[in-house]
Design a protein around this ligand. Structure first.
Ligand code: ADP
Ligand code: MG
Length: 335
């Protein structure tokens, strides 16, 4: 049997079952944005790791080494944010082909150092090896979280409102520009720059997520890496459905403008595009208004309600103008 037959999550599930029994009380293992390990009486450690491979996650000529260094830590910090945690430090392992310029690597580390300083997350260690032909970057981040306060993916309760912290599809819009080698007309130059920046330099929502984790009624949280049509499946359990109002999916004016000029469907991009690294979370409907008001006051921006959790059998239902719309799961898939 080939990996394509079971897919990424089939493979991960098969690993999970082997190790589940070894996980001790107070620890959690495979399944969430981070693993949880007890630290002291007040805090837990949280740990995450992510791999970026040339040709799959990035094309060497299409991203500057600076942005690649920045992004490789950003996507890991985003998983720390997704638990409501604070990062402490990182590990960086790189496999490098022999013909790689030293200047390329120096600039990659410049980008990595920039975001490390921005989020006060020093580099603690790593590994360096020779690669046959393409670059692979693996980053691990360790963080802390108040004990037992970690926000898990599958902790939504019925009658929760499903929300995001920002607009969706911008990174995928940036990627479309890159892959199609599009050049902007003068009047949409800034919109192009915005989308490209969202793709190249995602910002982990650490402060926003920590704040949300402290709000009453906020139940499930995760970061959006594969696109909500795929990521939402992690939020619902087998006795819940997610009802999504497509008309409420937040789309930036930049994505709307560029989509109009190029004949794209921004709603499609917003639900299936990956790498937004916004936080997807659920909050009980009784606590929604207060959470939205407090968030607006603290960060000067909105949270976006996009749907609800209801009892069901693990289905995501999409509605537009009151009518159900059939949408296939089109989020990013490795296999
Ligand atoms: P994320 O997108 O937040 O990085 P993923 O969806 O990639 O998370 O992974 C889901 C879960 O599976 C995580 O808990 C992750 O640690 C775990 N996982 C993924 N690949 C492996 C692997 N090869 N071995 C062990 N655990 C894995
Ligand atoms: Mg994640």
């Amino acid at each position: 049997m080939k990996i394509t037959e079971i897919g990424e999550f089939g493979f991960i599930d098969s690993i999970k079952t082997r190790f589940e029994k070894m996980i001790k009380e107070g620890q959690t293992g495979i399944g969430d944005d981070c693993a949880i390990l007890p630290y002291n009486e007040k805090e837990d450690y949280i740990y995450t790791t992510d791999l970026l491979t040339e040709g799959v996650h990035f094309i060497k000529d299409d991203i500057s080494p600076y942005d690649l260094g920045y992004k490789s830590l950003a996507v890991n910090l985003s998983d720390i944010a997704a638990m409501g945690g604070t990062p402490i430090g990182s590990f960086l392992s790189i496999a490098i082909p022999e013909n790689t310029e030293k200047e390329y690597l120096d600039t990659l580390i410049d980008g990595y150092e920039h975001i490390s300083k921005k989020y006060k997350t020093p580099l603690f260690g790593g590994d360096t090896t020779r690669a046959e032909s393409s670059i692979t970057i693996n980053v691990g981040v360790i963080g802390v979280c108040p004990k037992g306060k970690e926000k898990l993916r599958n902790a939504a309760t019925n009658d929760d409102v499903i929300c995001t912290t920002g607009t969706l599809g911008d990174s995928a819009g940036g990627l479309k520009i890159i892959l199609n080698k599009l050049k902007p007309e003068d009047n949409i130059r800034e919109d192009f720059t915005y989308l490209l920046n969202r793709h190249y330099k995602p910002e982990p929502k650490i402060e926003e997520a920590k704040f949300l984790a402290s709000c009453k009624g906020v139940n499930a949280m995760m970061d959006i890496s594969d696109g909500i049509s795929s990521d939402l499946k992690h939020i619902i359990n087998k006795h819940q459905n997610a009802i999504i109002n497509l008309d409420a999916i937040p789309v930036s004016k930049e994505l709307a403008t560029v989509s109009m000029q190029h004949g794209w469907n921004p709603a499609d991009i917003a639900i299936s595009g990956g790498e937004d690294y916004e936080i997807l979370f659920t909050v009980h409907y009784e606590n929604y208004n207060e959470t939205a008001e407090k968030f607006q006051k603290k960060f000067g921006k909105k949270i976006f309600p996009i749907g609800n959790i209801i009892p069901g059998d693990s289905v995501i239902k999409w509605y537009s103008r009151g009518k159900e719309i059939k949408i296939k799961d089109s989020g990013f898939k490795h296999f």
